[in-house]
Design a protein around this ligand. Structure first.
Ligand code: NI
Length: 258
């Protein structure tokens, strides 16, 4: 089982990060992928990866909610870091569009996303995409790059069947399924019944969006097991089968071999 999206390098874990990693290992999590947020999170993220080589893997990118006036210089610095060899980054992420809280930096977000999609294309890395209240705009960017053969994850998917179909029309992409799948009123189970098992992976988005039975509490990578169990129920298979399938999907998208 691989947690494809976790921010356990964050402040929320400063007092017990090693225990958090220990519990993930005990729960059967084989690897944790860490999407970056902004310029300040790079150092703690890399430190964690240095502490757990072969277990924690970093990504590079500027989160859409952290796109501000200074985004061009932040991106220039990130790009410079990205090109340093040997590059340990397994993907560009998390990047995308978020017009949920406010649209102050709408144009800047679109520009930052486009620049980072160009890194993805030029470096042949997978991309982890965050999108909220921006489905149409996201599709427009993706459409422009349809012939680039991009691969990646549409992280924290929670949309409709139509939205799932539109996103999955990009053959190199899968949906990242997190804790919301376990919520009582979630419509995701119905949607996923129409989505092939080959097109989903699991994630926590720790510290956010804890699955049941930890809903409302701080999320951590070990809890990805609850989402995986629910996903197995949805697809009518055993958790072991679901684990094998999602691992296979991760390895295909991230080009990891076996
Ligand atoms: Ni995230």
């Amino acid at each position: 089982m691989i947690d494809t999206h976790s921010h356990i390098y964050g402040l929320e874990f400063d007092t017990d990060r090693d225990e958090v990693v220990g519990r993930a290992r005990e729960a059967g999590v084989e690897a944790i992928f860490l999407p970056n947020i902004n310029a300040e999170t790079i150092q703690p993220m890399l430190q964690l990866c240095g502490q757990y080589p072969g277990y924690c893997f970093p990504m590079m990118g500027l989160h859409p909610e952290d796109v501000k006036e200074d985004f061009s210089s932040v991106l220039a610095r990130m790009h410079e870091i990205l090109l340093q060899t040997p590059t340990p980054y397994i993907a560009i992420g998390e990047v995308g569009l978020d017009f949920y809280w406010d649209e102050t930096y709408r144009e800047q977000q679109l520009e930052a996303f486009e620049s980072q999609i160009c890194w993805v294309r030029d470096l042949s890395l997978p991309v982890v995409i965050h999108s909220r209240n921006a489905h149409r705009e996201l599709l427009e960017v993706m459409e422009r790059h349809r012939s680039d053969g991009l691969t990646g994850i549409f992280h924290c998917f929670g949309g409709t069947l139509e939205e799932a179909r539109e996103l999955l029309s990009f053959p190199g992409f899968v949906l990242g399924i997190g804790g919301i799948l376990t919520y009582k009123k979630s419509t995701l189970p119905e949607v996923l019944r129409e989505v092939p098992m080959e097109r989903v992976v699991v994630e926590t988005d720790a510290p956010y969006l804890s699955p049941v039975p930890y809903r409302g509490k701080r999320n951590e990578s070990a809890y990805v097991v609850y989402t995986l169990q629910r996903l197995a129920e949805v697809y009518g298979c055993t958790p072991t089968e679901m684990e094998e399938m999602t691992n296979k999907n991760v390895k295909r998208i991230f080009n990891l071999g076996n």
